[in-house]
Design a protein around this ligand. Sequence first.
Ligand code: A2P
Length: 258
Amino acid sequence: MASPAFTVTITHVEHYTESYFRLRVTRPEGLRFVSGQFMMIGLQLEDRHIMRAYSIASAYWDEELEFYSIIIQDGELTSRLQHVKVGDEVILSARPVGTLTLRGLKPRGKRLFMLSTGTGIAPFASVIRDDEVYDKFDEVYLTHTCRFVKDLTYGFDRINEAKECPLVGEEATTKLFHYGSVTREPYKYEGRITTLIENGKFFSDLGIPSFDCETDRIMICGSLAMLHDTQKLLDVLGFDRGSNSRPGEYVWEQAFTG
Ligand code: A2P
């Protein structure tokens, strides 16, 4: 288990639904990260600490750090973390790391697609407020699929924030597109993102051409099953998975895939 390096103070807690909440904490001085990376966060108990990997959802330039969490009622960490309040302390590991970054993508892409389910949107909340993404890509698409419409709120809020942001707002307004779909109730966009890609509805809904590995780059964050199902679709289309040392046409976060 990772050892805690920093103790930080909670500055904001916002519960979106009974299953999802966000936390903002003070940022340790000198802590740097690249958009899309994750770190371990957790709680110090009397006799031990519990830490889990969380993507950093705040922008690289933000004075605070943000994390977006699911609540699992019998989960060791989130059953406790759901009750924290402003002023409480959480612990963080020393160094953000990860493979879900722009570094893992080959240059000369024109469109960037970020595909997420559930809390998988967190790293992309950081990426969409990174100026580098708008320097590198002409069009930036963020998809978020959840069970229910109310679960999409966090994503809508972050998109609005990006469009109002002093650093990237102007570019985000013209280049950033959001696509939220749900799987367990009626909505204008319904279905798993894998299904919507496969049957072409995702592309027709947005009025854009389908994936092309020459010009498109893809970042994926979701459950292990979602990653593998997406990979199967991308394999057929000739997309190769990249890493920090060997860039490719798409990346995902290996840390959450066991
Ligand atoms: P579904 O409702 O059909 O399972 P969860 O809430 O379980 O974390 O899931 C978040 C979203 O991810 C849900 O909309 C869920 O759809 C979807 N999902 C689950 N498994 C996959 C998969 N293998 N590929 C694509 N989407 C998935």
